[in-house]
Design a protein around this ligand. Structure first.
Ligand code: SF4
Ligand code: SF4
Length: 348
């Protein structure tokens, strides 16, 4: 039996019983929002959510990560010799990830795992992860996954897809890893015709509900200097407060900074998420800052996602349409509008 129908009543207990095989992450309600947290004895998972406020990218790419260490002890012959910090990569399962967030990992993979550069920490953590998706029965008005190659029940980027059928889940195995995951769940019944039919109806109805779009079809034709010097950047950036919310919440933003932290005789080299929206991101040691002005930083964010990525990877835009940056920007800057300006801009 591969595909299964599992009762919701037993779902959390089922997940708890497979904690000996995987480190499990589940959505948890925190105030008005949800976030992914490890499933501990006392954790109360809550799958009644549209999407988590923070994307699950930190499960693969921690917000702060010790990558190297060395000694700062003048007596030690090893002073200043960097060593890779010890890490482990246990199998981990992200339960309830939305298809857009799963697609985001594939977008980020282009950067961290390509023929020129392979980030060992990102790759090992990604490869140890099983993505158990939960289709979106009720996409938000700000979601636009269907216009960037995704969809509320898109299977392509997942290992398992769960269909919420009311009092039960239909679990569909999509990869070998996913089928092994399902085989470890206790109980349940083989998927029957009724479940398959209900799943199909849900999927078609949800697809129809995603009406928002991002205009992007002509971005590849534009010349970089023309878009870079387009007249609309000051206006786009006018209300931005450079809070960085858009980039920290975004599942497809990958920029980081590296800092050395000294604790007595110990030095830790830490990789931290960083954001192009912060003036410090590009501040050089000389004091010069090539992106000193706000509009330059806002332009960078959109040029990276909607032009540089498009040209470099020929894989669409650097966005999976999750809508977080639209929902949570305190001043309502909307990537769909900016994409429209860029897409329609006449070079001459
Ligand atoms: S969330 Fe909005 S205000 Fe904050 S940095 Fe992003 S675009 Fe600017
Ligand atoms: S740019 Fe905005 S809509 Fe696109 S993936 Fe990032 S947060 Fe989601």
């Amino acid at each position: 039996m591969t595909d299964k129908v599992l009762s919701k009543k037993d779902w959390v207990d089922t997940l708890k019983t497979i904690r000996n095989s995987y480190r499990i992450f589940v959505p948890v309600r925190e105030g008005d929002f949800h976030n992914f947290r490890p499933l501990e004895d006392e954790t109360i998972p809550n799958f009644d959510f549209s999407n988590t406020r923070l994307s699950p990218k930190s499960i693969v790419y921690p917000q702060s990560e010790r990558i190297f260490e060395c000694l700062n002890d003048p007596e030690s012959p090893e002073k200043g010799i960097l060593k890779e910090a010890e890490k482990d990569y246990p199998p981990q399962a992200v339960i309830g990830i939305r298809p857009c967030d799963a697609q985001a990992f594939q977008i980020v993979k282009k950067n961290f795992d390509n023929p020129e550069y392979r980030d060992p920490w990102w790759v090992q953590r990604f490869e140890s992860a099983i993505l158990v998706g939960l289709g979106c029965n009720a996409p938000c008005p700000t979601c636009f996954c269907c216009s960037v190659g995704g969809g509320p029940f898109k299977e392509d980027f997942l290992d398992v897809l769960l269909y919420d059928l009311g009092d039960r889940y239909f679990a569909k195995g999509l990869t070998e890893k996913g089928r092994v995951f399902i085989s470890k769940t206790k109980g349940g019944a083989p998927a029957d015709e009724k479940a398959l039919k209900e799943a199909k109806t849900l999927s078609a109805a949800a697809q129809d509900k995603v009406t928002a779009k991002i205009p992007s079809g002509r971005l590849g034709e534009k010349a970089v200097p023309a878009l870079f010097n387009a007249p609309f950047w000051e206006e786009v950036a006018f209300s931005c407060i450079n809070c960085g919310t858009c980039t920290f919440l975004c599942p497809t933003c990958w920029c980081f900074d590296i800092q050395d932290e000294i604790y007595g005789k110990q030095v830790d080299r830490i990789r931290n998420w960083d954001t192009c929206m912060s003036p410090l991101f590009t501040l050089e040691g000389s004091g010069h800052n090539p992106r000193e002005k706000k509009f330059q930083r806002v332009r960078q964010r959109f040029m990276h996602k909607l032009k540089y990525y498009v040209d470099r990877f020929k894989n669409g835009v650097q966005c999976s349409g999750c809508g977080r940056c639209v929902r949570y920007c305190p001043v309502n800057i909307d990537i769909r509008r900016v994409a429209g300006l860029m897409n329609e801009y006449k070079n001459e």
